[in-house]
Structure formats: C-alpha cells, structure tokens
Write a protein that binds this ligand. Sequence first.
Ligand code: NAP
Length: 221
Amino acid sequence: MAGKVFFSVSMSLDGFIAPESVPVEDFSAPEKQDDPQVQRWMAQWMELQQWIFPQRFFRENLKLGEGGEEGRDNDIARDTFERTGASVMGKRMFDLGEQAWPEEAPFHTPVFVVTNEKRDPWERPGGTTFHFVNDGIEPALDQAREAAGDRDVRIAGGGATILEYVNAGLIDEFSIALSPVLFGSGIRLFEGVDAGRVVLEPVRAEPTQRVTHLTYAVRER
Ligand SMILES: NC(=O)c1ccc[n+]([C@@H]2O[C@H](COP(=O)([O-])OP(=O)(O)OC[C@H]3O[C@@H](n4cnc5c(N)ncnc54)[C@H](OP(=O)(O)O)[C@@H]3O)[C@@H](O)[C@H]2O)c1
C-alpha cells in the first residue's frame, strides 16, 4: 500500500518557518560570524526549534550525545522520522543543511532535492543519498514514493517547496509544531497558498510544555 505524503515543520506563532533569509555562504564565512544578520538568524532559528534540541531522539540522530528528554515531544520526533521512507526538499533547505548536517546526514533514506542545478547524487554514510531532480515537483515525488515503498514521503521543506506541493494538491497530511515565538518577518509557511483549493480537517492537537503539535488532513475543495 502506498504511504502518505506529508510535511512536518516548526512554525512561529505568527506563521513563519524560518527567519529572514541570509546568504547561505555567510553562515560559514569566518568574517561574517559576528554579522548581526547572521547572529539574529541563528538566534531566531534556535528559538523556533527550541523544543526539539533537548529530545533524546534528536540528540541521538544528530550524534549530539547521550541522554535527553523522553516525553511526548521525543515520541513525535521519533515517529516522524520512522514513518518517513524518503524525503523531498528544496535547494535552499539543502544548501543550508549541506553546511550544517554532520557527515552522517540525519535522514538515513533517499532524499530528492528539487533544483535547477545539475549535480550527481551525493551519498553520505548512514544511508542518506541526495538525488538532484531537475524536472519539477511531480517527478521528484514519484521517485520519492518509489524509494519509500510502504512508508510515507516527507516534504521536508522549505516554505517555497512545501507551498508548491500544497498548491498542486499533493499533500495528504501535515503537522506543525507551533512554537511560542514571534518573528515579525521571515519565510511564511502559507504565503501564496491557493486557499480556494484546500480544505483542512483537524486530526490532532497536542500541547506540551514546549510547543503545540497540530495535525491536519488536507482535502481538495
Ligand atoms: N521550520 C522548519 O521546520 C523548517 C523545515 C525545513 C526548512 N526550513 C527553512 O526553510 C528555509 C528554506 O525555504 P525556502 O522557501 O527559502 O526555499 P526551499 O523551498 O528550500 O528551496 C527553494 C529552491 O528550491 C529550488 N526549487 C523549488 N522548486 C523547484 C522546482 N519546481 N523546479 C526547480 N527548482 C525548484 C529552487 O532553487 P534553485 O533554482 O537554486 O535550484 C528554489 O529557489 C530555510 O531557511 C530552512 O531552514 C524550516
């Protein structure tokens, strides 16, 4: 049986999934480390994702060390990982991750990067191979479905790529970890959504001490 297509992101209470963009090369340039824009980006990102960093599963998966919290936030992080048989992501998310992920990238499955850039597959230790797909979101999803088998396909991000899949009617379900932070500006999750096309059905709402996890099924209007 084919799996579902879903996304799962952390979002600020005012609707942003990332701070205002900073050129990706600035994150690694030594002379930019004290740049206020870079520092602000990092601080906002840490606040947005503050719920997941202490979780045991997250720490193990990124090899950050032993221990960590084991409550409902941890279960959700683990379940999201375990249901995922392949991921799809946009090139800007990939570019940031290429700098930030450890050598053993945290997916441990095939990842399909939608991009205009031509590039050979990039295999990492631990089972993650990044494939670069140049012919759009549907071929990327077809390849991800094939690779995922009976497991689900996660549209990992970022905002532009998730929006393309939502507007194409290709998302079955999504989850948002609603973080208690306000950004004021940045990358808005649903900027440009085809609202006339999409109907949401609430599936679950689970508050924890750190965030509120919201899950919706997506139906066509
Ligand atoms: N809060 C969360 O949970 C979460 C999760 C994931 C990501 N994020 C954040 O999201 C941000 C990135 O999001 P974003 O909206 O800026 O960008 P994005 O969706 O990651 O990438 C957009 C880029 O992907 C390529 N692309 C997308 N669709 C394409 C298509 N149909 N054909 C060809 N190429 C296509 C294009 O790049 P090229 O033209 O260069 O190929 C496009 O500029 C990052 O800051 C990341 O940290 C947040």
